[in-house]
Design a protein around this ligand. Structure first.
Ligand code: CUA
Length: 333
């Protein structure tokens, strides 16, 4: 209905319709409220205008009136709250079997690396109809990954990962903006999201790669000597990393934390922060020794150690669906 309305950007993701519907609802509520206020204002101004010899009569208040104008807005606000919460949680929760792309922002460019190994700058190729999870961090200051056509915006922070996801519904090229002021060339920190049909995407994917990101990570893991302590058996000085990712980890101080991307990242940069139960804080920090890209590769490697089928199983858009009861992108199209 609004597809040709130039005030709205393209709708190219599954989230776009939901966000717009909520936005239009808010617009209508605000519009009606404004009309009501102005109409009443004008009516009262005319009806109770100053007349010679007529004095205003003091009214002490009206319980029914006050209850009405409290209950009705309360109801409207609760609708907005519930609706907003549903849209928000949906947009904040990446589907479990999403394709993963690591994003490193810096002044002033976007560096993107697919889990399959493809690297891109200021451009991200994705297939139509597939969930894509972005694992993002910044090399310097705060940036923000904003794709209006996907109704998706997420701050990208130095020192930790933030996550966002989308599922593109329409092939085409869409704007990627940095939406957080990050220095003199902030306005030039632009990119594009290239959404392709699965076959096209497959062809693009096969056009030269350095191998899966997890394989790069495995190499770094060996080079840095991590493998001497984090062995695959239980004899190492560090905990084994097999099957750790995504599971709860019991710590030396009694806490239990989830082994997510941020946990792995912190354990590499600040190993003393969360020591696994039964181990000593002997691991040195790798702060300053590994770049953001290498960190991402290491995270991808640790992650791959928890996939029963091993690394590199989700290598293409048309790979057989191995997700639990959810159709893969290639089947949707
Ligand atoms: Cu990066 Cu603004």
């Amino acid at each position: 209905m609004f597809d040709n309305f130039p005030l709205w950007p393209d709708r190219a993701s599954t989230a776009a319709g939901n966000v717009d519907a909520l936005f239009i609802f808010l617009l209508i509520v605000c519009g009606l409220m404004t009309l009501l206020i102005f109409a009443t204002l004008i009516y009262f101004a005319a009806r109770y205008r100053h007349r010679r010899g007529v004095l205003a009569e003091q009214i002490e208040g009206s319980i029914p009136l006050e209850v009405t104008w409290s209950i009705i807005p309360l109801f409207v606000f609760m609708v907005i709250f519930a609706w907003g919460a549903v849209v928000y949680f949906k947009s904040r929760t990446p589907p479990r079997d999403a394709t993963e792309v690591y994003v490193v922002a810096k002044q002033w460019m976007w560096k993107l690396e697919h889990a399959e190994g493809q690297r891109e700058i200021n451009e991200l190729h994705v297939p139509v109809g597939r969930d894509v999870k972005l694992i993002m961090t910044s090399q310097d200051v705060i940036h923000s990954f904003f794709v209006p056509a996907f109704r998706m915006k997420q701050d990208v922070l130095p020192g930790r990962y933030t996550v966002a996801w989308f599922r593109a519904t329409k092939s085409g090229t869409y704007h990627l903006f940095c939406a957080e002021y990050c220095g003199t060339q902030h306005s030039g920190m632009l990119g594009s999201i290239v959404v392709q049909e699965p076959a096209q995407y497959e062809a693009w994917m096969n056009g030269g790669t350095t191998g899966p990101l997890s394989a790069t990570g495995e190499k770094i893991f060996a080079e840095l000597g991590c493998v001497t302590c984090h062995r695959t058996d239980t004899q190492g000085r560090g905990p084994t990393l097999q099957g750790v990712f995504g599971k709860p980890v019991l710590l030396e101080d009694g806490r239990t934390v989830a082994a997510d991307e941020n946990y792995v990242r912190e354990s590499i940069l600040d190993p003393g922060a969360k020591v696994v139960k039964g181990f000593k804080p002997v691991m040195p920090t790798f702060q300053g020794l590994v770049s953001e890209e290498q960190l991402n590769a290491l995270v991808a490697y640790v992650k791959s150690q928890s996939q029963p089928t091993g690394p590199g199983t989700k290598t293409s858009a048309t790979a057989a669906p191995q997700n639990e009861g959810k159709p893969a992108g290639s089947q949707v199209q």
